[in-house]
Write a protein that binds this ligand. Structure first.
Ligand code: XMP
Length: 494
């Protein structure tokens, strides 16, 4: 193993090719190949791809796409000063996108007016309200159809479908059984009650259809999409964590530029003291010592990468950092298989994904690779671009992509962490800001990555990602081809 460390010292993605081996796969279809991975000790994914917690990459829209495709999105914390509610809202949107059983469906009382029912439907975007009395006993269902064209002062009880006309299930039920009930009884909604008739949940046909349509999706025990969220290590981070946990976040990420630090140690201690064993990832680190430091402090996952990111100027400005493949090997050696590693940053082409995963990452975190997609936050701006062939000027839509330590991003969240140091010149920015042409949804970007990843597994002579990683770590020398300058040009310059 120390040979491997020596071989990757000073090296990153473009320094190696991988030697092809006898292929055992007859099809390279991502749906038939096991690509599953652990994001953290208790959060597993069917697809090892994560979107970066950057304010120009991941908010709810991106997090929904990632979770539906089998990966995970981590919502950034770069909201305006002290604005915890905005980040919490993004988490809530993801958690309410899909359900298995809805444990807390929107409810209304039989005595309420239809006008108030209409308002609740509009505000929540939900077309069916469960009617319950003061003791939460089920009384009926009220749908958007029931309130349409009806005078506002009428009571809910006058228009709802009453309990004696409803199909109701007593106790818990699996989604497969619920589907059978829905088919047999020709219903779209199945309320669940306990033995006293108290509402304990709701299953909808729409949610069952979604569960089948997206078999790889990353879901929690209740069938909701999973989502992560970043917090800092200072300022409002504990309060932010408390609110995010209340909103149902699946994993928190303490994300600071230099995670091997006294600041991180204090933050981890305070976090564990207050929140116990809530799933927690921390970073970033890039050395054996750094990874061990976090492991000893009980984190559930480690984010690896100091300065490889596409929007990042840390290495230019400070001359500190570790080439990403070396960083991954070091951190993997430090923690073994005990703690999952997130290979964060620097992946510029799909081939870099398999490298990051083989050299030590369990998942890859991507920023730049998703820049300019429809699901990224931020406004679209139109710029005039001259076409080289015709010299014609055309208006092209762009979106901004920026490092989280760029001046723009730092000024935007100044009052969260650095309320005392509003002097922009002293910020020491370590990130870039640039515009990227719009290029449609992130979904085809992800499916392209998965096809390429499946091909990599086929070339590597394995039947699945886990198997290829095992084969690689048993005999890395069979795979690694250190490139000469001309080998690199032949491989990656097009
Ligand atoms: P890619 O290459 O996928 O990397 O865009 C995403 C990761 O880059 C990191 N990041 C930064 N690093 N200064 C840095 O030193 C920055 O301003 C910055 N912004 C993002 C971050 O780890 C992200 O996940």
């Amino acid at each position: 193993m120390s040979d491997l460390l020596a071989a990757v010292r000073g090296c990153t993605f473009d320094d190696f090719l991988l030697a092809p081996r006898f292929s055992v796969l007859e099809r390279r279809d991502p749906k038939s190949i096991d690509l599953s991975a652990r994001f953290s000790q208790h959060v597993s994914l069917k697809v090892p791809i994560v979107s970066a917690n950057m304010d120009t990459i991941t908010r709810s829209a991106m997090a929904v796409v990632l979770a539906e495709e089998g990966g995970l999105g981590v919502i950034d914390r770069g909201f305006r000063g002290g604005d915890i509610a905005a980040q919490v809202r993004e988490v809530e949107i993801v958690k309410r996108t899909q359900h298995g059983v809805i444990p807390d469906p929107y409810t209304i009382s039989p005595e309420d007016s239809l006008a108030s029912a209409s308002r609740t439907m509009q505000k929540s975007g939900v077309g069916t309200l469960v009617v319950v009395d003061g003791a939460r006993k089920l009384k009926g269902l009220l749908t958007a159809r029931d309130v349409r064209f009806v005078a506002g002062q009428k009571r809910v009880s006058e228009r709802m479908t009453p309990l004696d006309k409803l199909v109701v299930h007593k106790g818990e039920i699996s989604l497969d059984e619920a589907e059978q009930v829905m088919i047999q009884r020709k219903i779209k909604k199945l309320p669940l009650v306990d033995h006293q008739g108290v509402l304990i949940g709701l299953i909808t046909a729409k949610d069952i259809i979604e569960q089948k349509r997206l078999p790889l999706a990353t879901r929690d025990a209740q069938g909701r999409l999973r989502v992560g969220a970043a917090i800092g290590a200072k300022g409002d981070y504990l309060e932010r964590a408390a609110e995010l946990i209340k909103a149902g976040v699946d994993v928190l990420v303490i994300d600071i530029a230099h995670g091997h630090s006294v600041v991180m140690a204090k933050a981890l201690e305070a976090f564990r003291a207050r929140f116990g064993d809530v799933e927690l990832v921390a970073g970033n680190v890039a050395t054996e010592e750094g990874a061990r430091y976090l492991a000893e402090r009980g984190v559930n996952g480690i984010k690896v990468g100091i300065g490889p990111g596409g929007g990042c100027t840390t290495r230019l400005n400070t001359n500190f950092g570790v080439p990403q493949l070396q960083a991954l090997v070091e951190c993997r050696m430090a923690v073994g298989d005990r703690i999952p590693l997130i290979a964060d940053g620097g992946i510029k082409r799909d081939g870099g994904i398999i490298e990051a995963l083989l050299f030590g990452g369990d998942t890859v975190m991507l920023g730049n690779a998703f820049a300019g997609t429809t699901e990224t936050p931020g406004e679209t701006v139109h710029k005039s671009v001259v076409l080289p062939e015709s010299q014609k000027v055309v208006r092209v839509p762009f979106k901004v992509f920026r490092g989280m330590a760029s001046i723009g991003a730092m000024v935007d969240r100044l009052d969260v962490e650095d309320a005392d140091s509003v002097d922009v010149e002293t910020l020491g920015a370590e990130g870039l800001e640039f515009s990227v042409p719009l290029r449609g949804s992130a979904r085809p970007v992800i499916s392209g990555m998965l096809k390429h990843l499946s091909s990599s597994i086929s070339y590597g002579g394995a039947a699945g990602l886990g198997e290829l990683k095992k084969m690689f770590w048993e005999r890395p020398e069979d795979y690694m081809i250190k490139l000469s300058e001309s080998g690199r040009r032949e491989s990656f310059e097009r």
